[in-house]
Design a protein around this ligand. Structure first.
Ligand SMILES: [Zn+2]
Length: 324
């Protein structure tokens, strides 16, 4: 199993009395693990490792996670709790994974198989839920009573954290705003779209990074990354400015729907598109007409922990005392 060291701090041992929490981000291209040592005075990262995801190989994916945990625990010299952020969600009806774009995990009893491989109970949660939990705990929304975490990346996801706890929902889909139709859809939003999930005009087909990039290219630009489009907009490129303005208006409408339902104190943006600094500045200027309130106190912020939020939240699926 190839493993590569990243630029994380060198391995440290948990101090006496600390509990060890292992978080795993199971992505479509890589599996990443940090180990967090929890202590009353705070929490620190003890190590971080990653390995390529064995794509299209379910048994290999389970084994890769088992090997990562074993290697981390051997290096640290302790046994920890394991929380895992997954694409998709666990069906409350069947206990199987579904809705994930890493399709080789779908319809599989991943929780049971990992528990058998690791010899302990594990917690699994949608990766956007883990992101929201991390940012609500000690990130950009620390201290807020209600948080909506938004992932604007290859896909569009979301998670709701209220009172420091993830809201899972009766169907296990709370926060999955990306697969609702774009609110206030008009001809200005372009021709009809069909999402990979089979539904028409999903928010994801407008607000994912690839969707933004396609929109700019189709409007006369070239195929470049989302943050590069934003750079061109700042430099005065009219096509890029128009594409970014369309994106911001669509994001404002989509977030206004969330505000009318959840009314969160803070909305945290994560994922690759959230690197566009203009979003938290511009979008609150646009969402007012779509929100059913005369005054808006909701704050729109960018994630504090960046790409690490999901995996930090996964580690937090077990409380600091080892209880879920
Ligand atoms: Zn969809």
């Amino acid at each position: 199993m190839p493993q590569s060291r990243t630029k994380s701090p060198a391995t440290r041992r948990p101090a006496a009395g600390q509990s060890l929490r292992l978080g795993i981000d199971l992505g479509g291209t890589k599996i990443e693990i940090p180990a967090l040592g929890a202590a009353p005075a705070g929490e620190r990262e003890l190590l971080r490792r990653r390995t390529p995801t064995p794509r299209e190989d379910y048994a290999g994916t389970v084994e890769a996670i088992g090997a990562l945990v074993a290697a981390a625990e051997k290096e640290i010299g302790g046994k920890g709790t394991v929380g895992i952020g997954i694409p998709g969600s666990i069906s409350p009806a069947t206990g199987l994974i579904r809705n994930g774009n890493s399709t080789w995990l779908n319809d599989k009893p991943l929780k049971q198989d990992l528990e058998a491989r690791l010899g302990r109970p594990v917690q699994l949660a949608n990766d956007a839920n883990c992101f929201a939990l991390s940012e609500a705990a000690d990130g950009a929304a620390a201290g807020a009573a209600s948080v909506f975490g938004v992932i604007l990346g290859t896909g569009v996801g979301g998670g709701i954290v209220i009172g420091g706890r993830i809201v899972t929902g009766a169907n296990g889909i709370a926060g999955e705003w990306g697969h609702s139709p774009l609110p206030g859809r008009s001809a200005a939003d372009g021709p009809p779209r069909r999402c990979w999930c089979g539904r028409p005009d999903c928010i994801e087909t407008f607000l994912s990074g690839p969707a933004f990039e396609r929109d700019y290219a189709a409007a006369g630009g070239v195929r470049i990354r989302a943050h590069e489009i934003a750079q061109r907009a700042e430099q005065g490129d009219a096509t890029a400015r128009a594409a970014l303005a369309r994106y911001e208006e669509q994001l404002a409408r989509a977030l206004a729907m969330v505000m009318n339902l959840v009314d969160p104190d803070v909305i945290v943006l994560g994922g690759g598109v959230s690197n566009i600094a203009a979003l938290p500045r511009d979008v609150p200027k646009l969402w007012g007409p779509h929100v059913f309130s005369d005054r808006i106190a909701t704050r729109l912020v960018t994630a504090k922990h960046g790409d690490s939020s999901g995996v930090r939240g996964a580690a937090r699926l077990w409380g600091a005392d080892g209880a879920a």
